[in-house]
Structures are given as C-alpha cells and as structure tokens.
Design a protein around this ligand. Structure first.
Ligand code: DOR
Ligand code: ZN
Length: 432
C-alpha cells in the first residue's frame, strides 16, 4: 500500500511525503515513491498523516467492572480517537499485582482488543520480588502513594524504597503522587470542592518523597498526571541535579480547571483534581518539560457519578478525545503539532520501551492516522464509544476530524466505522 502525498507529521518535521506499507510494517518513506503494479494507492494530499497515538495511561476496567468499560469498548474508543496503542493501569479487579493476575488479565482481554496494548504492574506492600520478576513483560510499575479508585496503595517508606531498588532501575516506576496522610486530613473536613479536598499540597508532599527516593536509588521515575505548578518546579529542579524523572500531563488538566469541576460537579471529579487557572497555565508554560500526554481514561457510569459527592467515584473518560483536543490546541497556535506527536508517540515509545512502535519509521509498525484538517464538528456524548457514554468535553468545537486509522497496516477504522474484529489488537513487546 502507498499513502501518497499526505502532510506527514512526526516529532521532527512536517512534510509532504509518500509512505509505503508492506504487510504490517512501514517499508519506505520519501518525497515521492512510484507505485508498483497492482499496489493499493491511498491519495492523502488533503490529509494530515500522523503516527498512531499511544495513550500510556488508561483504565479499561477489565477484568472486574465491565459495566463501566471492557477491553473491547475501551480499545474501540481508542481507535476512533486515533490511538493505536494503550497501556492499561493495574487497578482492575483483581488488581494486576501478581504474575497469576497478569497472566489471567492477558488471557482475558486477548480476544477483545482492537488496538495494541500493554499493562502496568501494580505495586503492593508485599509484591516486591514478584514485581521485579515480571518487569520484562509489562510497560512499567504503577505505585499509588495515595488512594484512588481500587485498592492499590503503598504509603510506607520501606515498601516504596524496596520497590525502587528491586524493580529494574531502567524500567519506569510510575507514581500516583498524592500523599495519603494529607488526603485523609483534608478529605475528613467534609469539603465538597475536590481541589480543596485533595489539595496541591498533597501532590507536593508525595512527589517530594518520590523524587528524593529516586535520587537516592538512581532509578527512573515517571510522574503520572502532574497537575500543579509546584510539581513542575520540583521536577525541573530534580532534573537539574540529574535525577531520572519523566512526567505526564492529561488533557483533562491541560484543558479544564476547578471551575469546570464546579460546573460538572461529580462528573468533573478526578484524582488528582482539576486545579486552579494558575496551575493549568503552568502546565502550558512548562510544556517543554512535559514528556508524555496520557488521558487517564477512567470511565464511570452516569449512575455512579450521580451519587452524592462523597460516594461518586473519581475519573473521566478521555481516550477518544485526546487527539481531537490537541488538534484544536495546535490549530489555535497553543502548541506545535510536532510537539504533540513527540509527547503522544515518540516519548512514550522511548520511556516504556515499546519495541515495534515508531513515529512513522521504516521497519516499525504501520500505525497511521489520516485526518481531514478542515472538518469542523462538535464533541457530543453520543459520539463516544466508551461504555460510559459521556465526555466532559461535550459541546467543544473541534477543527480536524480523524477519518482513517491503520493498525499495523490494516484499515481498522474508516469514517466512523470500526472495520477490525475483536482480538485484532496485540500485546506489546518491550525492549527493556
Ligand atoms: O480519578 C482517578 N480515577 N484517578 C485515579 O487515580 C484512578 C482513576 C480510576 O481508575 O477511576
Ligand atoms: Zn490513572
């Protein structure tokens, strides 16, 4: 197959190029490639051509809570959003916290996925050696320093330190950096404002601890969903001292503030919370220092969200809306599309060691997204393929529509239709 004359965007440049795909792989990229006899030609001169996005932070609820999402609906939403690889978090039921649970989860989802996928391994107080023994089969470890959805939690120094020293040092430990003791203190005050109930201070305390231990142990640390100015200052300072720390932001925190949580009430509840305008602006100001954009796609049903504030679970869906929102940010001049590709493709591949994935590179999987850059539409709940069926961004006008998505050379999504069958998504292989 030859994708001809598209406006090809990578982290390096934007250029009009031809891309040849053989089987599942990109075999040639050049300003002009002559089609071979009988070769399928896709005319893309009116299209942006992007590498398939990698969402390195999703919660697909499978196994355990299929009423919110399962691996088919989650990956379907991903595909429609131009995301061809997802890394799924371990707070499923059972949690992905042992080799047996990892094997069980892999078998359980294998027949459901329509995009490629990998898993995080969940840290507990006691699974230190077991985590290290499966490191080569997962994208990273996830360590919850503060409680959120599910039961995974590690707050004591000793297990944190032991995980940091025992898990392979070059394999990232991703931390949910909110400090449990302070969350309990503020959470116990009966506040209804989520940014006060789980304040920036809690993030600062937890992140300071994580960075100090990473510095001492020389290990790689990945900070999930940074949301505050102070965290970004801490990360910058740590890096200047040579600490190996990378960090993520979510579209939720890039595009919304605590005012949106007040408007959306429980539907805008997420851990860590939507923050102040100042904090949100800091995320954009420090954008150069941010390594990855991951959605924290965390679907909950309307019924669950409609409960009283204290009972309503935290989290919002997002895997389908990340690329559209970032296209908007690019067309409004807030960020360069190359910089988006770097954070949604190039850097996640490097950080998590995703072996066969690339940013439209020869020899790598042909995961390719074709976009009509001029088509305008408005995001709506009924477009969402996630089982939860809502988006906090309903009503947002988007410029740029995802038209076709190729997964390893196969046309998997075409103008609103999923063409591939459940099970066509494959487990990722890791280079470290
Ligand atoms: O708001 C959140 N929801 N934060 C998390 O850390 C977990 C997630 C979920 O799984 O619902
Ligand atoms: Zn999460």
């Amino acid at each position: 197959m030859l994708i001809r004359q598209g406006i090809v965007v990578t982290h390096r440049a934007t250029a009009r190029l031809d891309i040849r795909v053989r089987g599942e792989t990109i075999t040639e990229i050049a300003p002009e490639i002559a089609p071979e006899q009988d070769e399928e030609v896709v005319e893309a001169s009116e299209r942006l051509v992007l590498p398939g996005f990698i969402d390195s932070h999703v919660h697909f609820r499978d196994p355990g809570a299929p009423q919110k999402e399962d691996f088919f609906t989650g990956t379907l939403a991903a595909l429609a959003g131009g995301v061809t690889t997802v890394l799924d978090m371990p707070n499923t039921q059972p949690p992905t916290d042992s080799r047996a649970h990892l094997v069980q989860k892999a078998a359980h989802v294998a027949t459901k996925a329509v995009v490629d996928y990998g898993f995080y391994f969940g840290a507990t107080d006691t699974n230190i050696e077991e985590a290290a023994s499966v490191a080569g089969e997962v994208a990273a470890m996830k360590l919850y320093m503060g409680s959120s959805t599910g039961t995974l939690l590690v707050t004591e120094f000793s297990p944190i330190y032991r995980h940091f020293t025992t898990f392979p040092l070059d394999k990232p430990i991703a931390v949910h950096a909110e400090d449990e003791q302070s969350l309990k203190y503020f959470g116990g005050m009966g506040l209804q404002d989520h940014n006060q109930a789980r304040p920036p201070l809690s993030a600062q305390i937890a992140l300071s601890r994580a960075i100090a231990i990473a510095e001492k142990t020389g290990r790689r640390l990945h900070v999930a969903h940074t949301t505050t100015w102070r965290e970004l200052e801490l990360i910058q300072e740590a890096r200047s001292k040579g600490v190996r720390v990378t960090c993520e932001v979510t579209p939720l925190h890039l595009f919304m503030t605590e005012e949106d949580q007040h408007r959306l009430r429980n539907f805008g509840k997420v851990n860590p919370p939507l923050r102040s305008r100042d904090d949100r602006e800091a995320l954009w100001r420090y954008f150069d220092d941010i390594d990855t954009i991951g959605t924290d796609h965390a679907p909950h049903t309307r019924e669950e969200k409609d409960q009283p504030y204290s009972q309503a679970p935290s989290g919002m869906p997002g895997v389908q809306t990340m690329l559209p929102l970032l296209l908007n940010a690019a067309s409004s001049g807030r960020v360069k599309l190359e910089e988006v590709v770097k954070r949604c493709v190039t850097n996640p591949i490097q950080i998590f060691g995703l072996k066969d994935k690339g940013t439209l590179e020869i020899g790598k999987d042909a995961d390719i997204v074709l976009i009509d850059p001029n088509h305008e539409y408005v995001l709506a709940d009924d477009q969402m393929l996630s089982k939860c069926g809502w988006t906090p961004f309903a009503g947002t006008k988007i410029k740029g529509q995802i038209q076709q998505v190729y997964l390893r050379g196969n046309l998997a999504y075409n103008q609103g239709n999923c063409l591939s069958t459940a099970g066509s998504g494959k487990a990722i292989r890791y280079s470290k």
